[in-house]
Structure formats: C-alpha cells, structure tokens
Design a protein around this ligand. Structure first.
Ligand code: ADP
Length: 430
C-alpha cells in the first residue's frame, strides 16, 4: 500500500481511538465522535482547497505543505508536472533544431496534407516557389499550376521525379520529388538543378559542336584519299603501288570517324530535344522495305534478310529517326553475326501496342551484358569492335529514338542461338 495512504489510515485509527477514550471519559461519546469527525473533515477540505488553488495557479511553485495522503498527492503531482516540463522542453529544442536544419538547407522542403493542402515549408521553398505566409492552408495545385506538376502531385504512387521550370524564376530548373509519410501526408522536395542542367547542356553542346566541326576536315580527307585511290587504280606512275594498302586503311578509318561524328551529332540532337518527336504519320511497311533492301546490299549473298510486315501499320513520329533506329538494329544483326545468319524483320500490332522486331539466329549475347548494351560506347567484345566498324553508339541511338517516340526496347537473347530486339510503341487510346 502507498506510504501516504498508510499514514492516513493510521491517523484515522489513532483519532478514532482518542475520541472513543475521550468520549467515554467525558460521558458524551456520540457528541465527541461527531465533533472529532467534523474537525477531521474540515481539515481534509482545507487541504483539498489548497491543492485546487495550487492546480489553478498552473502548479507554479511548490505544492501546498501537507502530511499523509494530501502531501503525497501534492508531491506526485509536482513530480509529474516537472517531468512534463522537461519533456516539453526537449520537444521544443528538438523542433527548434529541426527548424534550424531545414532552414539551412538549400533544397525546398514542403509538407502537404493527404488532400495536398500546404501545411509547412522551409525558407528555401519560399524562395524557389515564391510562397507567402498567407499560402498556408491553400491547395498546392493552386500555387503551382503547371499541368505536369498537377499530374505529378496527384499521382498516388509519387514515384517518378518531375523536372520543371521554377514558377518564380524562369531561368531556374527545379527537380521535384515527393514521398508519403504518416497518414497519407506528403513531403515534397524541390531541388534547384539549374547548374547541373547548364553543365549537361554545355556537355551536349560541346559534343554536338565538336562532332559537327569534325565533319568538314573528314570530308576533305576522305575526298583526297579517294582521289589518290582512283589515281592508283588508273595506273598513275607517280604513286608507289605499296601505298594502296595505306590508302585503303586511311579510307576505312576516315569512314569510321565519319560514322562516329554522324552518330554523335544524331545522339546529341536526340538528347537535347525534350519535346516528343514531330508527329507525322509514317507508313512502316515501306520504311522496313527500304531498310531490308539496304541490308541486302550490305549483306551481299552472305546473309538472309527476311521481311514480314503488317501492311497498314502507321506510327506517328520522325521518319529520319525511325529509319536510324530500325536500320541500326538490322545492320547490327548483320555486322555482329557470322555469314549464313538469317535476319528477320517483323512488324505486328496487338490491341495495346505496335511492335517492330529484328531477330537473328546468330551468335547471341551473354545475358550479363544486356542491361549495359544501350550505354554509349558499350561493346560486348571490345577487341572485335574495330573489325565490325561499329561506333558503339547504335543501341544508344535506338533507345533515345524510342524514348522520343514514347516507345521501349526489350532485348531477348540466347548465346549461340541468336537475339531479338523488340521495339514496342503503345497505342494511345483517345
Ligand atoms: P556497335 O556500333 O558496336 O554496333 P551498338 O550499340 O549498336 O554498337 O551495339 C552494342 C553491342 O551490342 C555491339 O558491339 C555488339 O557486341 C552487340 N550487338 C548488338 N546487336 C547484336 C546482334 N544482333 N547480335 C549480336 N550482338 C549484337
């Protein structure tokens, strides 16, 4: 039993005994008991009232002095109040610390309720998005009205980040990421990636410019090499005949550099355009027909090129880009496989997508390379690259063209059995 309660019971027992003895001695037992009990109740009420006063004062200062159960209760309340104060203090200092940390961050951080109402934000968010105090409690889609942002923040999964021009400063590019926490609340992070984008742009411009600039000297070199080769063929006696091999190799390497410069120009053009490809309707059957004829010329009689087309297939996009993507796949199937390989070009449609597939029954590719095949300059066999004349950019171009047309590339391959490169273009329902 609690010590205070024990003392109180002892006090009541002693008081009752005293009153009984005193009552017997003076002959007024009942009256003595009544008066004693009344005094005890008055004493108790005075303690209760002091305790109430202390509680009303917000427990400030020490609890009222009392013994027994009332003293104990006052002490317990006092300890509880001190514990609360300490907890409140540590919560306050934690929230101050969090506020200081988020205040020091360069990234904008905002918290939204489950229905996307703005609850809190840090100073960086204020600057990046131009928020004002009065915006608290407003829906975020009233403040950032870009339809892409609206779609992004209303998407239940919130899993893909969004890049957008700052609504406050059009020279800035922001990257938005969001995640759910608690009861469907959302934390939104706005990162200023302007510097990154500028650097990326500089890199793209540099590659595009240098590849473009390389074309002119390469054309001159190629022109002179061809002239010298012709002279040698026509029996020009001023040229030693052992130059033939050197000239052939010079021509081969100039062609290779030309192909590399062309691929780099194409890739940087694809990278720099963020808009979807121009949507002219492209008839796929004649395009694939053209590619298979070009492939037959390259393959001579060494390879079999088969074509199976869905006659009426039309894709919206850019003719030059699509030619480049499909021809890269077809020429790869010839370039990277031995003579005797059959290359199959096929187009077909399902309810949800159009497919263009290029498959071969050649060498196949070790599955460990598949995830890296579309990287720039990635080659399965580095040593064979120069003999095949590849630039290592073909599949990177294919991937970018497909992305530009809302499509995807999937690769299935088995070593020694062959590979299939399948381009999928979803059919968008109106
Ligand atoms: P490259 O200019 O070397 O052809 P790509 O990006 O087009 O560069 O291809 C990357 C690599 O993928 C090639 O080096 C080759 O090893 C492999 N590859 C591509 N297509 C095929 C194919 N049909 N069969 C076998 N290997 C292939």
């Amino acid at each position: 039993m609690h010590r205070g309660l024990q003392a109180e019971i002892q006090r009541i027992v002693l008081l009752t005994l005293f009153l009984l003895i005193f009552g017997f001695m003076n002959g007024y037992l009942l009256l003595t008991l009544l008066v004693g009990g009344g005094l005890y109740m008055l004493w108790t009420f005075s303690h209760i009232s002091k305790l109430y006063d202390w509680l009303d004062r917000g427990c400030s200062g020490l609890p009222p002095e009392a013994g027994g159960v009332w003293g104990d209760m006052g002490d317990s309340l006092y300890r509880m109040q001190k514990r609360n104060e300490r907890a409140k203090q540590s919560r306050r200092s934690l929230s101050d610390r969090v506020r200081n940390i988020t205040g020091a961050l360069a990234d904008g951080i905002l918290t939204l309720s489950a229905d996307r109402v703005l609850e809190w934000w840090n100073p960086a968010a204020e600057q990046l998005l131009g928020l004002k105090k009065s915006d608290r409690g407003q829906s975020i889609i009233n403040l950032v009205r870009d339809p892409r942002f609206v779609a992004f923040i209303q998407n239940q999964t919130l899993n893909s980040p969004l890049e957008l021009t700052s609504p406050e400063d059009p020279t800035k590019t922001l990257l938005f990421t969001a995640a759910e926490f608690g009861d469907g609340d959302v934390i939104l992070v706005a990162q200023d990636i302007t510097r990154l984008r500028n650097l990326e742009q500089m890199r793209q411009d540099f590659v595009a410019n240098i590849s473009h600039e390389l074309r002119t000297p390469l054309t001159v070199l190629s022109g002179y090499t061809e002239t010298l080769q012709d002279s040698l063929q026509n029996g020009d006696n001023d040229l030693p005949s052992h130059w033939k091999k050197a000239l052939d190799q010079m021509q081969q390497q100039t062609d290779r550099m030309n192909a590399l410069a062309n691929d780099l120009v194409m890739l940087s053009q694809l990278e720099s355009t963020r808009e979807p490809a121009p949507s002219e309707p492209i008839q796929i059957a004649p395009l694939l027909q053209q590619i298979s004829e070009d492939a037959r010329i390259i393959a001579a009689d060494n390879y079999k090129v088969e074509l199976e087309c869905a006659e009426a297939m039309v894709l919206n996009g850019d003719m030059k880009e699509l030619y480049s993507a499909f021809s890269n796949l077809v020429f790869n199937a010839i370039k990277h496989n031995p003579a005797g390989t059959t290359v199959q070009i096929k187009s077909y449609a399902t309810d949800s997508a159009n497919f263009i597939e290029v498959s071969d029954d050649g060498n196949g590719i070790d599955p460990k390379h598949i995830s890296r095949l579309t990287e720039r300059f990635y080659r399965v066999d580095q040593s064979r690259a120069s003999s095949t004349g590849g630039t290592g950019l073909g599949l990177a171009i294919v991937k970018h063209v497909l992305m530009h047309h809302g499509g995807t590339l999937s690769i299935t391959t088995t070593l020694s059995k062959g590979s299939c490169f399948s381009c999928r273009f979803p059919i968008l329902k109106p």
